[in-house]
Design a protein around this ligand. Structure first.
Ligand SMILES: NC(=O)c1ccc[n+]([C@@H]2O[C@H](COP(=O)([O-])OP(=O)(O)OC[C@H]3O[C@@H](n4cnc5c(N)ncnc54)[C@H](O)[C@@H]3O)[C@@H](O)[C@H]2O)c1
Length: 257
């Protein structure tokens, strides 16, 4: 991919899973990778994996739900690398106390809605607010937001707060793309299908895995590297003319025009 060598990319929520897949691929492509996550040990392990392959990567603890912590993460990147060329928003609260009790409209507690939106949506808003001015000042850059197939699918009747948070990310993506495209700031998104990262391995929801494989025209479940490849492409110069798009990367689960 063209233009990733030396690009300074900050990834918000990339200790494990899809975000880590993107971090590893970006490291392989020669980008300088900054991984921010609540899970510092996981972020450090992913950064170490990138460095052991000859790449450049550092890790910081931060919280998408805390504006001061977001500002501090972005400042770390500027202090360490002198600026930012790209942002990947990948984190989401997938913990049992949040998505695990996101049942349906009548049974999902308001606190679960608030926490879900605070991390999954407002976290991306906080990161974008902190990074967009730096990209404008630098003459451009690229943002990739990780949404979900849950944003556009008919859904499974569960997880309304999660699906709403992921739908709102589509609007945020178009908003940034529209307002700052002329400043060279591109903003795109991906909607993963069922991707087997460590969280999904731990959840071991074989019913959901079987349902996905039975319904989707593909040979296998997704891997973090499948998403990592597309996220890296969207951050690269090969994607110079791609703006405001959200791609379904899901083995064909959502086919759209
Ligand atoms: N895996 C899938 O099947 C799938 C499908 C659709 C969308 N997604 C999306 O992909 C992204 C990654 O999910 P994943 O499935 O790889 O799971 P994951 O648990 O491996 O990744 C989520 C990451 O977000 C971090 N995080 C959670 N709360 C945070 C906070 N407050 N501040 C900072 N970091 C925080 C976690 O520590 C973790 O590293 C999410 O946005 C998720 O919604 C995943």
């Amino acid at each position: 991919m063209r233009g990733l060598k030396g690009k300074r990319i900050v990834l918000a929520g990339a200790a494990t899973g899809v975000g880590a897949g993107a971090a590893v691929r970006l490291g392989e492509e020669g980008a300088a990778v900054v991984i921010g996550d609540l899970n510092l040990a996981g972020a450090e392990a992913t950064a170490a994996e990138i460095r052991s392959g000859g790449g450049t990567a550092v890790a910081y603890e931060f919280d998408l739900a805390d504006e001061a912590s977001v500002v501090e993460l972005v400042q770390h990147v500027v202090d360490e690398f002198g600026g930012i060329d790209g942002l990947v928003n990948a984190g989401a609260d997938l913990s049992p106390r949040t998505i695990g009790v996101d049942k349906n409209l009548l049974e999902t507690d308001m606190a679960v809605w608030q926490r879900t939106l605070d991390v999954n949506l407002l976290g991306y808003v906080r990161m974008s607010k902190a990074v967009v001015p730096l990209l404008i000042e630098a003459g451009g850059g690229s943002i990739v937001n990780v949404s979900s197939g849950a944003a556009v699918s008919r859904g499974d009747g569960k997880r309304p707060a999660y699906a709403a948070s992921k739908s709102a990310i589509l609007a945020l993506t178009r908003h940034v793309a529209t307002n700052w495209g002329r400043d060279g700031v591109r903003c795109n998104g991906v909607m993963p299908g069922f991707v087997m990262g460590p969280t999904q391995v731990q959840q071991n929801d074989t019913e959901l895995q079987d349902m996905f494989l039975a319904q989707v025209p593909t040979t296998r479940l997704g891997r973090p590297s499948d998403l990592g490849a597309v996220i890296a492409l969207l951050l690269s110069d090969d994607a110079e003319w791609i703006n405001g798009q959200v791609w379904a990367i899901d083995g064909g689960a959502n086919m759209r025009f």
